[in-house]
Ligand binder design. Structure first.
Ligand code: DQA
Length: 142
């Protein structure tokens, strides 16, 4: 099974960005853990990071026919990006929404996800384990 991991805006700064909230691991370190688990689960994984909404929409469109599952941390787009929600509905590939932090325990504006209603499920609050749990869930679902 081919799995695409999309990291959204500002996640390229992990490691130095608000470490008390997002931890001290860099995106490269997180991707290495994802790649290692994917190997154990016999999954073919590719990770990308985009800051712009359009690039994420393009990436989702390109996933059609190329990936069976998408694991997606939409960053702040989670809370208002209807174009991304529409793209997920359009492609018909199961998308697993992940968050490093527990968005429901944070500021009011983060407690709503416009992405969640079009996703297969959401995992958040467990740091890098949110991605790893999503990968395991994806492997089980297929
Ligand atoms: C985040 C939560 C979002 O609210 C925030 O804008 C992010 C990261 C998370 O992984 O916890 O950029 O998606």
């Amino acid at each position: 099974m081919r799995v695409l991991v999309i990291h959204g805006p500002n996640l390229n700064l992990l490691g130095e960005r608000e470490p008390a909230v997002y931890g001290t691991e860099t995106l490269a370190q997180i991707d290495a853990q994802i790649a290692e688990l994917a190997k154990n689960l016999h999954l073919d994984v590719r990770s990308v990071q985009h800051n712009s909404e359009g690039a994420i929409v393009d990436e989702l469109h390109a996933a059609r026919g190329a990936y069976e599952t998408v694991i997606f941390n939409p960053g702040a787009y989670t809370h208002y990006a209807y174009a991304i929600a529409d793209a997920i509905s359009a492609i018909g590939i199961p998308v697993f929404e992940v968050h490093l932090s527990n968005i429901f325990a944070r500021e009011e504006f983060r407690r709503k996800s416009v992405i969640a209603p079009v996703c297969a499920g959401t995992i958040g609050g467990f740091g890098v384990d949110s991605y790893l749990l999503a990968l395991r869930a994806a492997a089980h679902k297929i």
